[in-house]
Design a protein. Structure first.
Length: 511
């Protein structure tokens, strides 16, 4: 099958990308468990076939192509691991959520043919195991009664439309290989993750356990960051290592390839802790959250990630508004704005005010201008999925080092690559997601944490990149849209003993 796809060439690969996106969309929209199971299985099989077909003749795949025994052994080992994982998830479905949380941040650098790719291998294994655990019992379930599937909402339709539109626009992209990578490494597997997490009966207790998993990881990452800072040595990313040698400051990235992605992860965990701190009535829990926040704040400072600081502030504003009301939150924002204005006026050089816009923003303003120009030249259909880097380099005659893969402002990237239709779909998706996540958030600490974290991620992508390419976005959407209604949570709390988990008993919002 791989040989056939590779032989047919670009047309077959383009059709394969569209087919994979359609299967992922069917997973999101299928009305029956059996149809969803077949769509999941098709997507799970097709994506690795597309990947291997795309890189079969490249130097990157040569070490495995010339050693078929090693390739077969690797495939066999992966299948054994998947079978064990699927059996475990089938027997203990409640393990899928914490397993996914534990795998979310880990990117494994894989070297082949002189190139290095940082892939979410642990998360892919969890997703594949979850898909097999769900699909296998249902593939032959004709006539078998299944529980009623949840109703598809507007958000599911928007996600499905986004997937399909992106894949279709890969057909005329100037960088089809990048578009294919986006689809098979991010969009399709994360759509499967979203569908799996949406099936789970999310409770505040389960959300609390996942937050604990993320907190343990965050503390470990911060510890590694402290060691990096003390030794002035980084473990990953030659570009950051090189920039640290020529700057007066030193940025850490822990086990993340990029300090900004590391900072984004810390910001999300911190917002979860802040939500617990604001809503909890238990003194020990408040004290523990405060200590953990102080530790993670120190780790975040060492990233020197301005986009992460801004995202954290945006999330805090959301939490403040949910906890104390919009007026008090606005007053706090005004205080920060006044303080920032004073700093700018007192020391303009410290914040880059006396520099050019390009220097003050580390080259991002130039990327944004380039993205706007690309959009205005082809405003309807855009230049094709994943094409920003190639088109920016071609039109500006920039080196590959200066041409980033995105404009570092997601709406600009979407507009340049996908045109007005893609931009409208993105804006509608973000609006629907935020409205849905904020519904009932004032009365639920879990909902408040998820809503604030999602807003923080949206703000982060306005200053950096990677929106739907980040599994955190999909996971937060799945959790926030699947949490029990607030009324059901309160009825359960009244029926249980006072003792509860970290995210179980929010205090009523202050008037």
């Amino acid at each position: 099958m791989i040989g056939a796809v590779s032989t047919l060439g670009d047309a077959a690969q383009t059709a394969g990308v569209i087919a994979a996106a359609l299967l992922a969309a069917a997973v999101l929209l299928a009305g029956s468990a059996r149809a969803r199971a077949w769509s999941m299985t098709g997507a799970l099989v097709l994506t690795p076939v597309l990947l291997v077909a795309n890189i079969w003749s490249t130097p990157q795949f040569e070490p495995l192509r010339n050693r078929p025994v090693v390739l077969l052994a690797g495939v066999g080992g992966a299948l054994v691991v998947l079978a064990l994982g699927a059996w475990t998830v089938h027997r203990r479905p409640e393990l899928l959520a914490p397993a996914a949380a534990a795998a979310l941040p880990f990117r494994v650098p894989i070297e082949s043919g002189g190139d290095t790719a940082n892939l979410l291998v642990p998360l892919y294994l969890v997703i594949a195991a979850g898909v097999l655990a769900y699909a296998v019992p249902r593939l032959g379930a004709a006539g078998r009664r299944e529980p009623a599937e949840r109703k598809r909402g507007l958000l599911d339709w928007l996600l499905a439309g986004t997937l399909v539109l992106y894949a279709v626009q890969a057909a005329y992209s100037g960088d089809f290989d990048n578009a294919l990578s986006q689809v098979i490494f991010f969009y399709v597997p994360f759509a499967l993750l979203y569908a799996l997490l949406r099936r789970i009966e999310w409770t505040p207790q389960l959300a609390g356990r996942c937050l604990v998993v993320l907190l343990v990881l965050a503390v470990a990452f911060v510890g590694i960051g402290f060691v990096e800072y003390a030794k002035r040595e980084l473990l990953l990313n030659p570009k950051v290592i090189s920039s640290n040698q020529f700057e007066s400051y030193f940025r850490v990235n822990s086990l993340f390839f990029d300090p900004n992605i590391y900072g984004r992860f810390l910001a999300v965990v911190m917002l979860g802790l802040v939500a617990v701190l604001l809503w909890s009535r238990r003194a020990a829990l408040v004290a523990g959250s405060a200590v953990a926040l102080a530790l993670l704040w120190a780790g975040l400072v060492l990233t020197l990630s301005q986009s992460s600081f801004t995202a954290l502030l945006a999330g805090l504003v959301v939490l403040g508004g949910l906890r104390w009301g919009a007026k008090k939150a606005a007053a706090i924002v005004a205080v920060f704005a006044v303080a920032g204005t004073v700093v700018v006026l007192a020391a303009p050089g410290a914040v880059g005010l006396n520099q050019s816009a390009d220097a003050a923003t580390s080259g991002r303003s130039t990327l944004v201008r380039g993205g706007v120009e690309l959009f205005t030249e082809r405003p309807l259909q855009g230049w094709g999925a994943g094409s920003f880097k190639s088109e920016y380099r071609r039109r500006r005659k920039a080196s590959s080092q200066r041409a980033a893969a995105a404009s570092h402002t997601i709406p600009i990237t979407v507009a340049a690559e996908q045109g007005a239709g893609g931009l409208a779909l993105y804006l509608a998706f973000v609006a629907v997601a935020i409205v849905g996540l904020l519904r009932g958030a004032r009365s639920s600490v879990a909902r408040a944490a998820v809503a604030a974290s999602f807003v923080a991620l949206v703000v982060h992508t306005l200053l950096y990149a990677a929106f739907l390419e980040d599994p955190l976005v999909w996971a937060l959407l799945a959790v926030g849209m699947s949490l029990r209604p607030v009324e059901a949570e309160r009825a359960e709390e009244r029926a249980e003993a006072p003792a509860g988990g970290a995210l179980t008993r929010p205090a009523a919002p202050a008037p």
